[in-house]
Design a protein around this ligand. Structure first.
Ligand code: NAI
Length: 289
């Protein structure tokens, strides 16, 4: 039986893999949260890989606080850049295929059209720079790797924009949401599904790919759609607001081109709004009824 290690398992994406794992009983999944496995600890990783053969490692562990990263640069680089290098070295040595996730924030956002994989990277915040360094480290150390740059991840799990807007609707709060950035909301369950599809099909088109849902939106559009889909448009006041200041700069435009991922893995792309609706109907409205 092939085995799959999932690191950062209690994070949002990690939990999507855990949910999905029940559909893939042909694999032996090992889920390790940050308290069970610190990916910056080379010694623990070496021992783990010495004790068990992993065919695949899905690295969901990351430092993801974009705002805090500006003042915690060292910590962000340790988890997002140095740890992927350790993982890539160990995976290379163990003949393990590594799946890793990066971000649309590796780009500066000055483009007017969707970013392709080989477009020039130029991160404008510490988080983006740390993730880019992580990509570079993996590319140098491993042969069998997939890096998926993704954007605006949300799901039914943990703290994310989708869950925040639903909570605000319950609180009947007034919301001021920015229209200053354009990107693509991405259902993390769809990303997890893509990875499992690659594993099952034993596809070996290793490399860096862009994956998000289809279409584009501002954070305001995303919030509006969440309220519409959940029947909450009348419940709270939603305003456009471009004066909201953040510590970390954000790319104005970070839509990713999905041509490569479609060509290499033959997957249908789901529009972000359709996937949002599916998630709400399957995971949220079911729970509350
Ligand atoms: N959330 C988003 O909007 C986006 C996320 N991404 C990337 O997608 C991937 C998954 O993100 P999410 O699941 O949303 O993030 P998350 O923050 O929900 O999960 C990350 C997990 O990593 C764990 N972690 C942190 N340091 C660790 C360490 N040293 N060792 C082991 N675990 C550690 C955290 O405790 C957390 O459980 C990450 O690589 C992230 O950079 C990319 C674009 C957008």
């Amino acid at each position: 039986m092939k085995s799959i290690l999932v690191t950062g398992a209690s994070g949002q994406l990690g939990r999507c893999f855990e949910k999905l794992s029940s559909q893939y009983s042909q694999f032996d999944f090992v889920f390790m949260s940050s308290s069970e496995l610190d990916i910056t600890n080379k010694c623990d990783l070496t021992h783990l890989f010495a004790a068990k053969d992993f065919d695949y490692c899905i690295n969901c562990a990351a430092y993801t606080n974009v705002e805090k990263a500006e003042s915690e640069k060292e910590k962000a680089f340790k988890v997002n850049a140095e740890a992927p290098k350790i993982l890539a070295d160990i995976c290379h040595f163990s003949n393990t295929t590594l799946f890793h996730f990066s971000t649309d924030y590796v780009f500066n956002g000055n483009s007017k059209m969707p970013y392709a994989e080989d477009d020039k990277t130029d991160p404008i915040n510490v988080y983006g720079a740390s993730k880019l360094k992580g990509e570079e480290n993996i590319r140098k150390s491993a042969d069998k790797y997939f890096i998926f740059r993704t954007s605006w991840l949300y799901s039914e799990f943990n703290h994310n924009f989708f869950n925040t807007i639903l909570r605000k609707a319950e609180e009947k709060a007034t919301l001021n949401i920015t229209t200053a950035q354009k990107g693509t909301p991405t259902n993390a369950n769809d990303l997890a599904q893509l990875v499992m599809q690659i594993i099952v099909s034993e596809n070996a088109n290793y490399g860096v790919y862009h994956f998000s849902n289809d279409g584009e939106a501002t954070w305001y559009d995303f919030a509006e759609a969440i309220l519409e889909i959940s029947g909450n448009t009348e419940v709270l006041e939603l305003n456009k607001d471009n004066s909201y200041k953040t510590v970390a700069k954000r790319p104005e435009y970070s839509v990713l081109s999905k041509k490569e991922v479609q060509q290499n893995f033959n997957i249908p792309l789901i529009h972000w709004r359709e996937s949002l609706e599916q998630l709400y109907n399957s995971a949220i409205s079911k729970k509350s009824s």
